[in-house]
Design a protein around this ligand. Structure first.
Ligand code: 5AD
Ligand code: SF4
Length: 495
């Protein structure tokens, strides 16, 4: 592992300064239109957090966000290898960008993210999309100033995907949300689930020093954030690679407790691997009320035979026991999960076991996936691949069951008064605000009387100002359950 320390960041800062100076010299004072950038992020929150670090560096270089992608002088596509749509969307988007590049040859197009760690995709870009200026990987984010400098100055194409696992501190960050600060606590994954590409694209597990994490938490609290989300592919193995220093949090349970002690209003975290859930973690969730009463706990399959082939290292019985303990220790805790349908060798009986486990656990919500082969993973080589038609038929049955459970879980909330952290106005109806409860339920609510809002939270057309309300807390009475959300009415703005 390569630790990227302040010396390397200082070296990068020299490129930042150079880009700022060059840009000024191109544009006499007062005429500088500012280089505009657009970043498109695919996939998970870890990618979103990486994009925030790219934006932070671009901001330092004096770049400004473009209003729309057509106004951008620099476009960065931050790709994902896990979600199938994200896979297909990239090359579709690149096709469209080809035309834009013809119209504006100065446009810089950069592609980064997990997908660029797969050589076949980089080869495809070289071959079919030669107008792309810059390709780099998740471990190269801190080198953006140097890489851009090379592109701008030498008009070079740069394919610069680093192989070494890096741990970077001290990068500037421009956060994309006002209500939630994303904080990565570790990078990479050592688990090698047989279907998953992540260990190959994000490298080995490496944890940030607890002091660095806590400093970032304190900084976002000082910035007024109510909610943070601690991120890692498997947060439960946090700290395994760190030297144990006395007085410092040594594992995820201790880190979580230390974060809770900072007094932040709400802490979320994901993702938890069931094999590493400790009693101490569940006890911390029970002890600190500012830790969300919610666990994202991917089961993947309810069949022990399939779990073994997936290399998951837990059984359905152990999973059920974790859920039971978690719910006992923190009443009201919700559980979400990831489930894959149609893993190689999955028989009807294995699938029935998954449905059975869902009926026992009753997940409050689930991300459901149809198995898809990822080249380079062991499962992709397994001989007993399941036909697509069988997968999609099973998938529909699974979805139907989960939708029923999700609706029932939402129905159980009706009549309650809950605290909702506002995320903004609904895109289809600006009179409706949305946000989430501590237990991660999506709530869409109306404000029965606009006089309940101080003037600064109202727009001229007498609608709530969704932007200003982002990150505020509202007390909401829950009225009507839907499958993926609950409708309610605001009773009071809390803060
Ligand atoms: N096929 C289908 N789903 C997958 N996931 C990861 N790899 C694959 C794959 N090859 C799902 C898992 C994981 C989630 C982020 O994506 O359920 O938890
Ligand atoms: Fe992939 Fe498994 Fe690691 Fe999650 S724990 S990122 S599914 S290998």
């Amino acid at each position: 592992m390569q630790i990227i320390d302040h010396l390397e960041i200082e070296r990068q800062n020299r490129f930042v300064e150079q880009i700022r100076l060059d840009h000024k010299s191109h544009h006499p004072p007062g005429t500088n239109p500012g280089i505009r950038y657009a970043i498109r992020t695919y996939g998970c929150q870890l990618n979103e957090n990486d994009s925030e670090k790219l934006a932070g560096q671009l901001h330092q270089m004096g770049f400004l966000p473009a209003e729309t992608i057509s106004d951008a002088d620099l476009i960065i596509l931050n790709t994902c290898s896990v979600r199938e749509n994200a896979d297909n969307r990239l090359f579709g988007n690149l096709g469209r960008l080809k035309q834009r590049k013809k119209e504006n040859p100065d446009l810089i197009i950069a592609i980064c993210g997990c997908k660029m760690k797969q050589a076949e995709h980089v080869e495809r870009i070289k071959r079919s999309y030669p107008f792309v200026n810059l390709v780099f990987g998740p471990q190269d984010i801190h080198k953006l100033p140097e890489m851009l400098y090379t592109c701008l100055h030498h008009q070079e194409k740069l394919y610069s995907v680093g192989d070494q696992d890096t741990l970077v501190e001290g990068l500037p960050i421009l956060r994309s949300r006002k209500f939630r600060a994303l904080i990565s606590i570790m990078y990479g994954c050592n688990n090698y689930c047989t279907y998953c590409i992540v260990p190959y694209t994000r490298g080995r597990e490496r944890s940030r020093q607890p002091a660095e994490v806590l400093a970032e938490v304190r900084a976002v609290v000082a910035d007024g954030y109510q909610e943070i989300m601690l991120l890692g592919q498997n947060v439960n193995s946090y700290g395994k690679d760190l030297e144990n220093r006395s007085g410092q949090p040594a594992d995820f349970a201790e880190l979580l407790a230390a974060v809770a002690e900072t007094g932040i209003y709400r802490i979320r975290f994901m993702t938890s691997h069931p094999k590493d859930i400790s009693n101490r973690l569940l006890e911390a969730i029970a002890q600190y009320k500012n830790i969300e009463p919610h666990l994202h706990l991917p089961i993947q399959s309810g069949s022990n035979r399939i779990l073994e082939r997936m290399n998951r290292h837990y059984s359905r019985e152990q999973f059920i026991e974790i859920v039971r303990r978690a719910r006992t220790l923190r009443p009201g805790l919700t559980i979400s999960t990831d489930i894959i349908v149609g893993f190689p060798g999955e028989q009807e009986d294995d699938f029935a076991q998954t449905l059975d486990l869902m009926n026992i656990v009753r997940f409050d919500s689930a991300f459901t996936f149809q198995y898809s082969q990822r080249p380079g993973t062991p499962a992709a080589e397994m001989p007993d691949q399941i036909p697509a038609a069988v997968i999609s038929e099973r998938f529909m049955r699974l979805l139907e069951l989960q939708n029923r459970h999700s609706l029932e879980s939402n129905q159980a909330m009706i009549g309650r008064r809950v605290e909702v952290l506002v995320e903004g106005a609904s895109q289809t109806d600006t009179a409706i605000l949305s946000g989430r409860t501590a237990c991660n339920k999506l709530i869409n609510f109306r404000i029965p009387d606009l006089n309940m809002l101080p003037q600064s939270y109202r727009l001229k057309n007498n609608q709530p100002n969704g932007c200003a309300l982002e990150g505020r807390l509202a007390k909401v009475h829950l009225c009507r359950a839907k499958t993926f959300s609950i409708e309610g009415e605001m009773e009071m703005l809390l803060l």
